[in-house]
Design a binder for this molecule. Structure first.
Ligand SMILES: *Cc1c(COP(=O)(O)O)cnc(C)c1O
Length: 451
């Protein structure tokens, strides 16, 4: 491998996976079921039909290991898939490491991140069941961009509730959503009961993902032609993202390599899961593959949260999910990685973390921007602030890796619409936040008690 000259490993289009991987049947401990927030009994598929289409609910609970990707979804995937796996030779040289560093580049999608991988099938399944409009929330604007792109490909309408701090900090994503034909409202908004109540109690509220989710769910639940789409956390989203890891597996095989470390940043856990889950069967069979999840110190869900049932949103509208959580009322510091500020994480990722199968790490935003700068000045591409966490994790991993080992990280998105964040960083205006332990303990008191 050392004399392998290939930098970009391009999978032929004909080799693009045609099935997603579902990790549910392979989890060493079964996943704790989502619970009704009132009765605390497991939710039924019928309850979920108010906000999700049947096909998506079926996937959410599916015992089937392989899920066929519908042809119309493959057709839209082909606009940007398969995505390249790239050997980061110049980064390796700058670090002076003897291991290999690869990155899987999901920033080449039209929306600029991995998120279209699930936005496209979600729009497709809704359309197939007669839904006219999708409502959703967005943090930094990446998910809103991905869903409005997918809706425009499938001739649907899209309404996006965007966390206010990002709506103000990142106007370009709002414009991009509008350009795709979607409508965007700053959350808290006056369009929903939840939003109005929050604005009354705190007119300056900068919002949170949990609050924006409440607004989008309320919108879907109160309109017959509208359903809700979630960009992370839930099982079906993670299944859709596995196309990433499935491609990586084929691409590494093309150059006769295998991963020793798989690194991804974690907001709700979907890009990380998309990379690592397809390697779970090999890891469980004894292969030494380390799964490394990287999160911000300002939102340390996996490293400092508790593994317990909690609500997915502020208004307690969603089912209870068993996950690592900082408490559903968590209001994050306004760090620039807006996509990594959710109070919980995907139940599948948390289940694996609780089994000791995931190594979670937390870093400060300035050290992540430093890592992004090194990547930019060696590999040439400008990473999203979220992605900078994966780069930081990969660099720290590479420094400790043995010669010849392979570190593969997920390049989840580009930062070309995050230039204001880079401006603040380059001018030395970024501050670091660690979420204080006392606040976590306090916020967890509001979590429901179950069983
Ligand atoms: C949304 C987003 C993330 C975090 O979401 P996950 O569900 O954890 O993947 C990370 N990187 C980018 C570029 C994003 O847009």
């Amino acid at each position: 491998m050392e004399n392998c000259m290939e930098m970009k490993i391009n999978l032929p289009e004909a080799e693009m996976p045609t099935q997603w991987y579902n990790a549910l049947p392979d989890l060493p401990t079964p996943l704790a079921p989502p619970l009704d927030p009132q009765t605390k009994e497991p939710v039924t598929p019928e309850q979920l039909e108010v906000i999700f289409p049947k096909a998506v609910i079926e996937q959410e609970m599916s015992p089937q290991r392989w899920l066929p990707i519908p042809q119309p979804v493959l057709d839209v995937y082909r606009l940007y898939r398969p995505t390249p796996l790239v050997r980061a030779k110049r980064l390796e040289e700058a670090l002076g490491v003897k291991c290999k560093i690869y990155y899987k580049n999901e920033s080449v999608s039209p929306a600029g991140s991995h998120k279209p991988n699930t936005a496209i099938p979600q729009a497709y399944y809704n359309k197939a069941e007669g839904v006219r409009r999708l409502a959703t929330e967005t943090g930094a604007g990446q998910w809103g961009t991905a869903l409005s792109f997918a809706c425009s490909m499938l001739d649907m309408e899209c309404t996006v509730y965007m966390v206010k701090v990002s709506y103000d900090q990142k106007p370009y994503r709002r414009i991009l959503i509008n350009a795709y034909g979607g409508e965007v409202f700053a959350s808290p908004s006056p369009r929903t009961q939840t939003g109005r109540a929050m604005l009354e109690s705190d007119p300056d509220c900068t919002g949170s993902l949990g609050l924006a989710i409440s607004e989008a769910v309320e919108d879907a639940a109160t309109h017959a032609d509208t359903k809700y789409a979630l960009g992370s956390v839930l099982n079906h989203v993670l299944h859709h993202q596995t196309i990433i890891g499935l491609e990586v597996e084929k691409q590494l095989a093309m150059v006769g390599d295998k991963p020793d470390y798989l690194v991804g940043c974690v907001g709700g856990g979907s890009n990380f899961a998309g990379l690592v889950l397809p390697f779970l069967p090999r890891k469980l069979a004894g292969e030494a593959i380390e799964f490394i999840a990287v999160e911000p110190q300002a939102c340390p869900t996996l490293t400092k949260g508790q593994f317990r049932y909690d609500y997915g949103d502020v208004a307690k509208l969603t089912p209870l999910l068993k996950m690592h959580t900082l408490g559903h009322a968590f209001m994050p510091a306004p760090i620039h990685a807006g996509g990594l500020r959710y109070h919980g994480d995907a139940p599948i990722v948390c289940n694996l973390a609780a089994e000791g199968l995931v190594n979670a790490q937390a870093y400060y935003q300035t050290e992540c921007f430093e890592a992004a700068k090194l990547f930019l000045r060696t590999e040439g591409f400008l990473p999203a602030p979220e992605t900078s966490h994966a780069i930081k994790g990969a660099i720290e991993t590479a420094k400790k890796a043995k010669p010849g080992e392979s570190v593969v990280f997920l390049y989840s998105g580009h930062g070309l619409l995050d230039l204001a964040s880079y401006d603040a960083f380059l001018q030395g205006k970024l501050s670091d936040f660690a979420y204080p332990e006392e606040h976590i303990a306090e916020a967890l008191k509001a979590c429901p008690t179950v069983g």
